[in-house]
Ligand binder design. Sequence first.
Ligand SMILES: *[C@@H]1O[C@H](CO)[C@@H](O)[C@H](O)[C@H]1NC(C)=O
Ligand SMILES: *[C@@H]1O[C@H](CO)[C@@H](O)[C@H](O)[C@H]1NC(C)=O
Ligand SMILES: *[C@@H]1O[C@H](CO)[C@@H](O)[C@H](O)[C@H]1NC(C)=O
Ligand SMILES: CC(=O)N[C@H]1CO[C@H](CO)[C@@H](O)[C@@H]1O
Length: 362
Amino acid sequence: MFLVFVLSFLLLNASLSLASPQQPLASSRSCPSLPHKVNITYRRDDDKTPLAPSPLPPPHYRSDGPEIIRRLLALPPSASFRSIRNVTLQGDTFEPEGMVLLGPSRLVVSSAEYVTPTEKYANGEWRNGTDRTPGAGFGHLQVFDLSDDGAMLADASISAAGAWEYHNGGIDYDGTRIVGVLGQRRPGSSGFVYAADLEGLAVEGLVHFAGDHMGAVVVDAERERVLGMNWGARKGYVFGIGDRCEEKAAADRVVENKSYFVDYQDCKFLGRAEEEKRHEDGLMLCSGVKTLGGRERYVLGGLALVSVESMDAVWEMPVTMESARGTRMTMNPFDVALVEDGVRVFWLPDQHESVLYEYELA
Ligand SMILES: *[C@@H]1O[C@H](CO)[C@@H](O)[C@H](O)[C@H]1NC(C)=O
Ligand SMILES: *[C@@H]1O[C@H](CO)[C@@H](O)[C@H](O)[C@H]1NC(C)=O
Ligand SMILES: *[C@@H]1O[C@H](CO)[C@@H](O)[C@H](O)[C@H]1NC(C)=O
Ligand SMILES: CC(=O)N[C@H]1CO[C@H](CO)[C@@H](O)[C@@H]1O
C-alpha cells in the first residue's frame, strides 16, 4: 500500500502533497469526547420500528457502484434527467447536508440546527486560522420512512449542547454504519469523522482533526480509510481508520482540488470498475453547486465522478433543475441508485421543509 502511495506521489507530484505519512506521536493521542448518550426522539412514539432494514443493504462499492460508474461513462452527450417522484419529508429537517438511502424505504439525513449564527470578524480579519465566530447549534441525524409518506422515524442530536463542533456535513455508508463529519461551522477549523450505528444512531469518533474544517466525507471500508473534504471541497484529507478514535495533527495524505466546476456538497464512494484500472483507489460520485458572483447571482449545479486518489473529475454533468421553492437541485444532500434501465439520482435541496426529488438519468 505504501508503495502505491509513493508511486502516486512521484507520478502526481504536481497536484499532490504528502503531509508526513507517519505521525506516530500525533496518532497515539486519543480524541476529545463526543456525547456518550445520543439525544434521540422516536417520532412514532415507539422505539420498536427498526430504523434500518434487516439485513442491512450492501454499500455502493460492493453492489451497484461499479455498474453506475460504467453507465455514467457510457451516457451520450444528449443524456438528460426525467422526474420520477417527489416525496415531502415530515418534520423540520433543519439544514440538510447529506443523505444515505438504505434500500427503497429508509432515508438517513444529516443536518445542522443553528441556534446562534456565526458572525464574520470585522474588516475580513482572520483569527486563530478562521474568519468568523463559532456560533452555536446541534448536529442531527434523522431517519425517514419513504414507504409511509416520508414520515420521520427518529431525530437524534449528535453533538453536545454548547459544543463548537456541531456542523454535520455530507455522509456516506460503509455497509454497517453511517460515516459523517461533525465540525465547526467555519473554514479552517476542526472536527470529527464519526460513525453512527443504525440501531439507535449512537455516534463514535473515528478521527479528530484540528487542521481544517471538513464538510463532506466518503468511506472506503475495504481499505479502512476515509476522504474528508474541506470548505468548498478545495482540499481532500485521507485518513486511515482503526479500532479507536485518534486525534490527528496531519492527514495521511492531502489531495488538492483542480476543478473549479462545482464545490462538492455530498459524495458517495462507488468503488472500482474493472475498466477503470487507472483509478485504482476508486471513484466517488459528488453533487454540488458553485455560486457565481456579480450582479446576477447564479447558482450553477453539477454532478461529478471524481477520483478518490487525485480528486480529478473523470465525468461531469451540469444540473439545471431547481426545487419547487427555487433552490438548485444539487444544493446539499444526494444519493444514487441503479435500476434496471438506468441510474436514479436523489436530491434534498431545501431547508426545514424538504422534498426528496428522484430523477432518472438516461
Ligand atoms: C437535545 O437536543 C435538543 C435539540 O434537538 C436540545 O435542545 C437539547 O438541549 C438537547 N439535550 C441535551 C441534553 O443535549
Ligand atoms: C483555536 O482553534 C482551535 C481549533 O479550532 C481550538 O481548539 C482552540 O480552542 C482555538 N483557540 C482559541 C483561543 O479560540
Ligand atoms: C417534482 O417537482 C419538480 C419541481 O417542482 C417538478 O418539476 C416535477 O414535475 C415534479 N415531479 C413529479 C413527478 O411530480
Ligand atoms: C490547484 C488549485 O486549483 N488549487 C485551488 C484550490 O482552491 C483554493 C481555494 O479556492 C485556491 O486558492 C487554490 O488555488
